[in-house]
Every structure is written in structure tokens, then in C-alpha cells.
Design a protein. Structure first.
Length: 737
């Protein structure tokens, strides 16, 4: 080696590069001015020869300089006299004789802007997915990929992939001391490149990690992807959604648990046809709850295609997310830089017993940035209409699923996770500010108050919450004896039906509960209604009747796609969608009135669902017994006409009832505490809907005339009877005289 070159080189720092222990490789690698020379240094472990090529703009041919092997590990260097500012590249010949040309990453450095760094470090950023992770970029007129990853406690972080034989010593990244973010721009890389981060922790342990900000994963690796790579055609749908009234609109969700069966064209067509037939206006999609993992490349594109098609049919999509934990695996967030970076130092806060993973540290701003970024990616880039947030209880409570001594109280001595509560409120508030139409739905098991109240009123700000109480008692009722006479399980829960904005659910969680968590039975297509203690024919009638009751109760609806019932569900869905009385006052107690809620042992209950104007109310009558009632009388609050518009015993469903026919009219008769009565024929194990129509002016006039005529006839009759009695009395007196 030339003497001058040897003296120019910093051998301790070169050793740090060779042994993979350098977090500031830009100080060694690349081009540096040393005295009167320009020193070029590069590390190519698998190279047989490295040639430096200089290309001045005005020259036609590049100048070439053979670089000297300064260290047998693959460290090359060459010193040129003068201040060399020309563009340069390395021509590398590997041990197999193959030549490749590389631009120097350390001559094309990239940094995040001050505003990006500030947003990242304060936890306020919702678009960190645009600048963190791996993104295509152009630096110094060279196209490539810019990588950014947060690992503040790492000794060294490198990008590894097929492009460097997964060797962590080839592309060490550059640390920003203030933020803890490592960055590197690698010229020549394109999208679809598979990569990971190799992280050397203090103490020497080496971890290979997926990129937390990569939206796409493939074969266990992160993938460089372009954000705006899909041609959306749903602008009109999204614009119309801005005028969407969440409180009064029908909200009918179909839960889909097996996305892979739906991604081919036949699957999409069949899915959309089923959704439209049953009048669903949303689907809940369970694909990948762990926000730290990306979609597969195919599924990401297929998901966009599906969302676009659904929006064309005015069907929204809610995506299952669970940001209560992250998996404790080698390539995930666990020990990301050799420390509990995304979790807690305190072991009593560390573990999520509900899901077997680790709890996020919501009080750390960089953690909030990651979670916000993942969530906003779904809405902005995938056009998702909302979120089904799972695992909320394990977020809100420090002692959830833990025994005494396994958790630590908050600063006030309580069991609430104050940092998680703050994060949830901030998320709901910011999400609804940007996406007024976005739905946030959750399931909470700890009776946390005001989950769906406005944040300004002390609530968490969710739009809806699953009504667990109704679900539990509904299942208990279904599991009851074959006469279904314990109506209290259906009526008592109305006492709290308006405490929150509820969604009634027969979802995967409910089916698991019904089957006593028999996952084998679920995989074989177990039905929620399998627990009904009846023979098959009777079970089908009971299922139709119970589904009708479910659709008629106050609360938005969520049904698993496997909850089929023949032909009644499409009819029920259409009625639910088209009749305002069945959905417009779900949040208002005015919209519901019990007609018969007393459990008298006959299996019958009834109620009225109302709209805002009362004149389109629906009477719902349920006979859960196996008795047929030829004339069952109900006390009614209003006079008018009732027409049968739905019966779960309809002939077209396999029953015996003909829907339609003549109107049933009330009778002016004080009955059961009400001024009118209505007598109906009730088929066994049947739920029926009757549309209410008040009498019009002509009918009221006719009724009044009939009343007058009846009253007149009654008065005349009484007068005649009195006259006759008086005449007879007078005659008797005369006879005595």
C-alpha cells in the first residue's frame, strides 16, 4: 500500500466499518478531502476488484482508477491529488467475475426535514408513512430508495436485501443523534425490492427486523412500495360520504373473515351480489390485526381493487385493527434496537395477557406517531371507511387480565391507563376532523363509561360500540328450553339500550362464544344458531324468527357472512334499509315503545319502532312459543291501520303465512292501559312486522260519523226504552187508581 494513502486513512474507524460497529459511516465511506488530496473509500466484502470512475460533465469518456484493497475484509481506497468534485461511481467485479456499477450512497445523503422530525418526535404526525420507512426518491439527479428507521439505542443499523446479499456490513445507515433516526439513500434501487434492517445492539446482539413503516410485506420481508400506484375511481362516493349522517342512516355491516376466498374476480362478484341482496352498506374485513405487519403485495393491490368496487356499489369497508399489543417475535417490534423501544421498562406494564404480546407505550410520542401513521395510511391510501378497534379493554385498564402484584397503578392510584386513554381520544378527534364520515367501532368488556360520548363531554369519541349485554342475554335466550319463554333475557337489556351508541352483533366473537370456543367447529362452518334446542325444521323457524327480532331491535347491525337463513335475510335487510322506523331513531329512546313486555309465560312480546314523524311506525310482534293464537289482543297507543309486511313464517321461507292481505284496524277500547286495542292471529315461533298507517281525514270523518251514528242510535234506543218504561209505569199507576 502506498505510504501517503496509508497515512490518510483512519484505521480505528475503518475497523468499526469492517466489524459492523459504526453509526456514522459517512465519516469514513465516500469522498473526503484530506490535505491536498481527495480520498475515496468503499466497503465491498465480496469484491475481487473495485475501479473508481470519474465523469466530468464536459468529458466524453470516464477516467478510471483502480482502488487499493486496504483491508482484506473488502475495504477499498484510492487518493487523487486535488479537490475532485466530479460525479463518480464504483465498478465492482465480484469473485465470480461479474461486474456491477454502483453509485456511492455516502455521496448522496438524505435527511428528514425539520418539520418532519418535529412531527415525528412530538407524536402529532399522521403521515409519517410518507417519509419514514422506504420510499423512492431522487437525490443529486439519481433515483433510488431512501430508508429511515427509528432505533435510538442501536450501535449500528444497516439496510439488507438481495441487492447486498443480506450482508449487514455493506450499507450501514447514518444516525441523527437528536432524533435517533438512521437514514440512508441507496441509488439504483427500485420499488418491489425486498429488505430488512439489521440492527446491532449494545452488547453485540444482532437483530434482523421488518420495517415498522412498510405497508407491504412479502415472504417475511418488507417491500419497497409506491404510495400512489392505483387508479381510484371512487371520488364521487367519497364526496357523497361527507354528507353522511351517521346517527340516522341505516348501518348494516357484513363481517368477512376469509379475505383470500374473495380476491379472485368470481369471489368479488359473488361477494358484492350477496351484499347487495342483503342490503348491507358496510363490510367488516378481518385481514391482519397487527398494525406492525404489512399486507402481502398481492393482497394490498387486491384490497384496493375490492374497496374501489365496493365504493362503486355504495358499500363502505371497516378494517379490523388492534393497536393494544405487538407480537413478541424476532422480526417485529420486540427488542427492536435491543431495548424495550416500543414497550415498557416496567415488567408490570409490559405484557398484554389478552393477546399474548407486549403492550405499546402510548406515552412515548414516537410510538403514537407509528400507530397514527399506520391508521391514517388505511384511510388515506387504501380508502378504508372506518375502523373496528379490537382489544380496547386491554388498552384502557392496567390490570386487565392480571392478578394482584402483576400490575401497577396510575399516578392517581387507579387502574386506568391514562396514556392509552389520551391516545384513543386524540386519535378519534383527529380522525373525525379529517374524515367526518369515518366510522370508529369497538368492543369493550370492562364497562368503561362514555365510550361513544363526545370527547368534549368526557367521552372517548367512538361512533359505536358493540352491545355486549344484549349479545350475552340474546345467546342465553337462544340456549334456553325449547319454548323460549324466558322473555326477560330479551326485555331487561332495554333498560340500558341508550347508554351508548350500540351495534347489535352476531360476529365471529359471538359465534365462538356460542360454540364454547370450539375452533374446529368454527372451521367446519358452525352456525351461531346451532345451540337452539329443537329439531332441524323447528330450528330453522326459530332462527328466522330470532333474526327478525335481531333486525328489529334498536341498534345498528353486524352479522357474520356465514350466518345464513335461506331467504329471509335479504327481505329483512331491505326492510331495515328502506323503513326509517327501523334505524333513524336508534340513538333516541323516543323511537321505541314496548307494547307487551310482561313475561306472562305465553312467549309473546311486542314493541313499536318509530320514525321522526310517527306516521311510518312499525309494530313488531314476536311469538317465541310453539302455540298458535287465533286472536291475540294488544293494547295500542294510537288508532289506525296495521298491515302485515313481513313474517318469518312466510310461505316463501317455508312457513305457512301469506304476507299482505287486508289491513288490521284498531278498536276504540281501553285495553292493557291504552285507549285502543288490536287483535292479531299469531303463528307459532314467528316474528312479524306490521306497518302502521294513521287514519286520513276522510277515514277519521267516516269514523266520527259512525261514532255519531252509533251514539245517536244508542241515545235513541235509550230514549225509546225510557219512554216505554215511563209509559208502562204510568199505565200501572192508572190501573191502581
Amino acid at each position: 500500500m502506498k505510504d501517503k494513502l496509508y497515512k490518510m486513512m483512519n484505521w480505528p474507524e475503518i475497523e468499526a466499518i469492517v466489524y459492523g460497529e459504526e453509526c456514522h459511516p459517512e465519516k469514513i465511506l465516500g469522498r473526503h478531502n484530506v490535505s491536498a488530496y481527495t480520498l475515496f473509500q468503499a466497503f465491498f466484502p465480496d469484491a475481487k476488484e473495485v475501479i473508481l470512475t470519474l465523469q466530468a460533465q464536459e468529458e466524453q469518456e470516464a477516467r478510471e482508477y483502480i482502488m487499493e484493497l486496504a483491508d482484506e475484509a473488502g475495504f477499498y481506497a484510492v487518493a487523487l491529488l486535488g479537490k475532485v468534485k466530479d460525479d463518480y461511481q464504483y465498478v465492482v467485479t465480484d469473485i465470480n467475475g461479474k461486474k456491477n456499477v454502483f453509485s456511492d450512497p455516502y455521496n448522496n445523503m438524505v435527511k428528514l426535514s425539520k418539520s418532519e422530525l418535529n412531527a415525528f418526535r412530538t407524536g402529532k404526525s399522521t403521515d409519517a408513512y410518507k417519509f419514514m420507512g422506504a420510499r423512492k426518491a431522487v437525490v443529486n439527479n439519481k433515483s433510488g430508495v431512501a430508508f429511515h428507521v427509528w432505533a435510538p439505542n442501536a450501535v449500528r443499523v444497516s439496510v439488507v436485501g438481495d441487492f447486498n446479499n443480506w450482508n449487514g456490513k455493506v450499507h450501514p445507515m447514518i444516525l441523527d443523534e437528536n432524533s435517533g433516526i438512521f437514514s440512508l439513500f441507496i441509488p439504483g434501487l427500485n420499488e418491489a425490492i425486498r429488505y430488512k434492517y439489521e440492527i446491532r445492539a449494545k452488547g453485540g446482539a444482532i437483530y434482523t427486523k421488518l420495517d415498522p413503516y412498510s405497508p407491504v410485506a412479502e415472504s417475511g420481508n418488507s417491500v419497497v412500495t409506491t404510495l400512489n400506484d392505483f387508479e381510484w375511481t371512487d371520488a364521487g362516493y367519497l364526496e357523497n360520504k361527507k354528507r353522511f349522517d351517521k346517527s340516522k342512516a341505516p348501518f348494516n355491516i357484513c363481517e368477512i373473515t376469509n379475505f383470500t376466498d374473495l380476491i379472485d374476480d368470481k369471489g368479488k362478484d359473488g361477494l358484492i351480489r350477496h351484499l347487495k341482496d342483503c342490503s348491507y352498506n358496510y363490510i367488516r374485513l378481518s385481514l391482519n390485526n397487527d398494525l406492525t405487519m404489512g399486507f402481502t403485495n398481492e393482497n394490498a393491490n387486491e384490497l384496493k381493487t375490492l374497496v374501489n368496487l365496493l365504493h362503486k356499489e355504495n358499500i363502505g369497508i371497516l378494517f379490523d385493527v388492534n393497536f393494544s399489543y405487538f407480537k413478541d417475535d424476532e422480526t417485529g417490534l420486540s427488542y427492536f434496537d435491543g431495548t424495550y423501544l416500543y414497550g415498557h421498562l416496567d415488567e408490570r406494564k409490559r405484557y398484554n395477557t389478552a393477546f399474548g404480546g407486549r403492550c405499546f407505550n402510548y406515552g412515548r410520542p414516537e410510538v403514537a406517531t407509528l400507530l397514527n401513521s399506520k391508521i391514517y395510511y388505511l384511510l388515506r391510501e387504501l380508502h378504508i371507511d372506518g375502523l373496528f378497534v379490537e382489544g380496547l379493554s386491554s388498552m384502557l385498564y392496567l390490570d386487565y387480565g392480571k392478578n394482584d402484584g402483576e400490575w401497577t397503578a396510575n399516578i392517581y392510584g387507579g387502574n386506568e391507563n391514562l396514556e392509552a386513554i389520551h391516545f384513543v381520544k386524540e386519535l378519534n378527534q383527529s380522525l373525525h376532523q379529517e374524515f367526518s364520515y369515518a366510522i370508529t367501532l369497538t368492543r369493550e368488556e370492562g364497562l368503561f363509561p362514555k365510550v361513544t360520548e363526545a370527547i368534549s363531554d368526557g367521552g372517548l369519541g367512538f361512533d359505536y360500540i358493540i352491545n355486549n349485554g344484549f349479545g350475552s342475554e340474546f345467546l342465553d335466550f337462544i340456549k334456553g328450553d325449547n319454548s323460549f319463554t324466558d322473555l326477560n333475557k330479551l326485555t331487561d337489556n332495554m333498560a340500558y339500550a341508550y347508554c351508548e351508541n350500540y351495534v347489535l352483533s352476531i360476529a365471529k366473537e359471538d359465534i365462538l362464544l356460542a360454540s364454547n370456543y370450539d375452533y374446529g367447529a368454527i372451521e367446519q362452518g358452525a352456525d351461531y344458531f346451532d345451540v337452539i334446542n329443537l329439531n332441524e325444521d323447528e330450528k330453522e323457524a326459530a332462527k328466522r324468527s330470532l333474526l327478525a327480532y335481531f333486525m328489529a331491535r334498536p341498534g345498528k347491525k353486524l352479522l357474520n357472512i356465514n350466518v345464513e337463513d335461506g331467504k329471509s335475510l335479504p327481505v329483512l335487510g331491505k326492510l331495515y334499509k328502506e323503513l326509517p322506523a327501523l334505524h333513524s331513531l336508534d340513538r333516541n329512546p323516543y323511537g321505541f315503545e314496548w307494547i307487551k313486555a310482561m313475561n306472562t309465560g305465553d312467549g309473546v312480546l311486542s314493541f313499536v319502532r318509530k320514525d321522526e314523524y310517527l306516521n311510518h311506525s312499525v309494530l313488531v310482534v314476536c311469538n317465541f312459543s310453539d302455540n298458535e293464537y287465533a286472536g291475540y289482543k294488544f293494547g295500542m297507543p294510537y288508532e289506525g291501520k296495521y298491515k302485515l309486511i313481513f313474517s318469518s313464517d312466510d310461505k316463501k321461507f317455508g312457513g305457512k303465512t301469506t304476507v299482505g292481505g287486508k289491513n288490521k284496524e284498531t278498536v276504540e277500547e281501553f285495553y292493557d292501559g291504552r285507549p285502543n286495542s288490536l287483535t292479531l292471529k299469531l303463528a307459532p315461533m314467528t316474528t312479524a312486522f306490521y306497518s302502521y298507517t294513521p287514519y286520513n281525514e276522510e277515514e277519521l270523518l267516516k269514523i266520527a260519523q259512525e261514532k255519531v251514528a252509533k251514539y245517536k242510535a244508542k241515545v235513541e234506543k235509550e230514549a225509546k226504552e225510557k219512554a216505554k218504561a215511563l209509559k208502562e209505569a204510568n199505565g200501572a199507576v192508572k190501573e191502581k187508581l
